[in-house]
Design a protein around this ligand. Structure first.
Ligand SMILES: *[C@@H]1O[C@H](CO)[C@@H](O)[C@H](O)[C@H]1NC(C)=O
Ligand SMILES: *[C@@H]1O[C@H](CO)[C@@H](O)[C@H](O)[C@H]1NC(C)=O
Ligand SMILES: *[C@@H]1O[C@H](CO)[C@@H](O)[C@H](O)[C@H]1NC(C)=O
Ligand SMILES: *[C@@H]1O[C@H](CO)[C@@H](O)[C@H](O)[C@H]1NC(C)=O
Ligand SMILES: [Fe+2]
Length: 509
């Protein structure tokens, strides 16, 4: 009895002294297979951990060990140890309960998290599925969207959340403290539903290190390598693709074509199964088009439309139904279009990709205002009232999908539309990606650095021509203002005068 009491006291001591904040920031994502769920968390000490789980909250009879990654030194304010556990062989369409437990050297539990729960994917492929979706969410507890997302997830109506890039502003800020705060803010819902991500420009600092460690996505090793921050995942009637637009904007551009050929291969395979899984939905952070009043990647036509340049032809050729983007802090929906050309002003059997930009979840940078005049491709736009809004995507059946943009401030519906597609498939028919006659959409467009090189060379040549013209002009002036012949053939003593004269002449130009 005494010994027992002593050991409990000792345990409390260990717990208190070793670990002040742990384990926390618990969140989920889909595993490589449908029967697997990934659980992740952070902790401030080096200690072994496991997930205990089961189908009843009172009987967590199974366990799964975790692997650990250590955040680098420069993240000194963040909890250092990030854990990932895979909970495997789960039954489809069931609710599971789990908690995270830290173990001492004798495999005794020293700290336990509270119990969370999730539902596994069903085998019924045709069942309607709903998703929550947004980009650009900062780590501020006052943003109304956090409360709203918790409410939405608690309704058990959703299959997953898709966060299409830009989180926390930034995960690395305050030496990692902002990242911890963001992960704490999403925990109330991200511990109950898969939190699926794409990298955005705010994930770039520190070589995407925090993004690559704090999240783990299906089909990618962990921590996620720079060579593959993209993935696809089949759920029900949808083939989801998450791609990285950041390959075009960071030194990660080495992987522009790695990603392109991965996407090509993935899309060709997805098209072979389109009768069973008709919808293809792709997500990436920076939009190809937008009508915001700034000089962003999607607004400037000439220099910076790299995502459009890199991927539009491929997505069009392979018949991606819907492209979801963010980055602009507003909401915009486009008519089906390809290469600036509007194909229809309805979503009744679109013959080109439909784009939706939903990057207004809430962040320190505020709203991005729209330009006064929308282009012909802009079907609906909202800047002011879109602040703190998010998307709801519903896959109804083989032919019908709906998208809603909802305000977290007053629950009002900002926009709603349906896409009806009776004949899913590539928008360019009868193209081949094999052999010498392969279609241009199957070839990775030239890298950004080559285009920069060409622009650089062109500017260099312009400069040389400009300098040449100036020189000629000077020579001409000089020859015109030359003094009588005797002046040129002076003896050395008078040379000083000559030079003096030239300087004066130059001043006049
Ligand atoms: C942990 O790492 C080992 C070895 O790399 C790997 O086989 C295992 O799948 C990993 N487990 C998790 C949960 O990632
Ligand atoms: C998460 O799951 C736990 C355990 O079932 C539950 O108590 C909590 O209300 C759930 N939260 C949400 C947002 O679904
Ligand atoms: C869940 O979805 C159903 C069907 O769309 C809807 O009637 C219900 O109100 C939703 N529940 C909540 C809590 O949002
Ligand atoms: C698909 O869903 C739409 C909208 O709910 C409905 O009108 C249509 O009849 C459904 N199609 C099939 C084949 O069930
Ligand atoms: Fe962004």
């Amino acid at each position: 009895m005494d010994i027992q009491l002593l050991s409990i006291l000792l345990m409390l001591c260990i717990t208190d002294s070793l670990c002040l904040r742990c384990p926390e920031q618990i969140h989920l994502s889909f595993g490589d297979e449908h029967e697997t769920m990934v659980v992740m968390w952070s902790i401030d000490i080096q200690i072994r951990c496991q997930v205990e789980y089961g189908e009843s909250p009172d009987l967590l009879k199974y366990s799964a060990r975790s692997n650990v990654s250590e955040l680098p030194e420069w993240s000194s304010n963040a909890l250092k140890y990030i854990h990932k556990a895979e909970v495997k062989n789960l039954k489809p369409g069931r609710r599971y309960y789990y908690r995270v437990v830290a173990l001492d050297d004798n495999e005794h539990a020293v700290i336990r998290s509270s119990v969370h729960s999730f539902t596994t994917l069903t085998n019924d492929i045709g069942k309607p599925q709903k998703y929550l979706l947004y980009g650009d969410l900062g780590a501020d507890a006052d943003f109304p969207i956090y409360r709203k997302l918790e409410e939405e997830v608690a309704s058990n109506n959703y299959t997953a959340i898709w966060h299409v890039g830009d989180m926390a502003y930034d995960l690395t800020s305050e030496n990692g403290q902002t990242g911890d705060r963001f992960m704490q803010l999403i925990e109330p819902f991200a511990a109950n539903i898969s939190y699926m991500t794409s990298p955005g420009n705010h994930e770039i600092p520190g070589d995407f290190m925090h993004y690559r460690m704090r999240f783990s996505m299906p089909g990618i090793e962990w921590p996620m390598p720079l060579t593959k921050m993209w993935y696809s995942y089949d759920i029900g009637l949808v083939h989801f693709i998450s791609y990285s637009t950041e390959v075009y904007f960071s030194h990660n551009e080495d992987y522009v074509c790695t990603q392109f050929y991965w996407l090509l291969d993935d899309l060709i395979k997805a098209n072979q199964k389109r009768d069973k899984r008709p919808w293809i939905i792709a997500m990436g952070h920076r939009p190809m088009y937008c009508s915001n009043n700034n000089a962003d990647d999607c607004t400037n036509r000439f220099i910076s439309r790299w995502v459009k340049h890199g991927l539009e032809r491929l997505f069009h050729a392979q018949g991606v139904d819907l492209i979801i983007e963010a980055h602009e802090h507003s909401y915009e929906r486009l008519w089906p279009l390809y290469d600036e050309k509007v194909y229809a002003t309805s979503y009744d059997n679109p013959q080109a990709c439909v784009h939706v930009i939903s990057g207004a979840a809430g962040n320190v940078e505020g709203v991005n205002w729209m330009r006064r005049r929308p282009e012909a491709w802009s079907a609906f736009r909202d800047d002011k009232t879109s602040l703190y809004s998010y998307g709801r995507l519903t896959i109804q059946n083989h032919t019908h999908l709906s998208f809603e943009q909802v305000s977290a401030q007053d629950n009002s519906l900002i926009d709603k539309f349906w896409i009806v597609q009776n004949a899913h498939g590539p928008f360019l028919k009868d193209i081949t990606c094999e052999g010498p006659n392969r279609h241009e959409s199957c070839v990775c467009p030239p890298l950004i650095r080559y285009v920069y090189l060409i622009i650089g060379l062109a500017l260099g040549m312009l400069f040389v021509i400009f300098v040449g013209i100036i020189c000629c002009f000077c020579c001409w002036r000089r020859s015109r203002t030359k003094k009588p012949k005797g002046y040129v053939t002076l003896h050395p003593l008078n040379n000083i005068e000559h030079e003096h004269y030239l300087v004066e002449g130059a001043d006049l130009v």
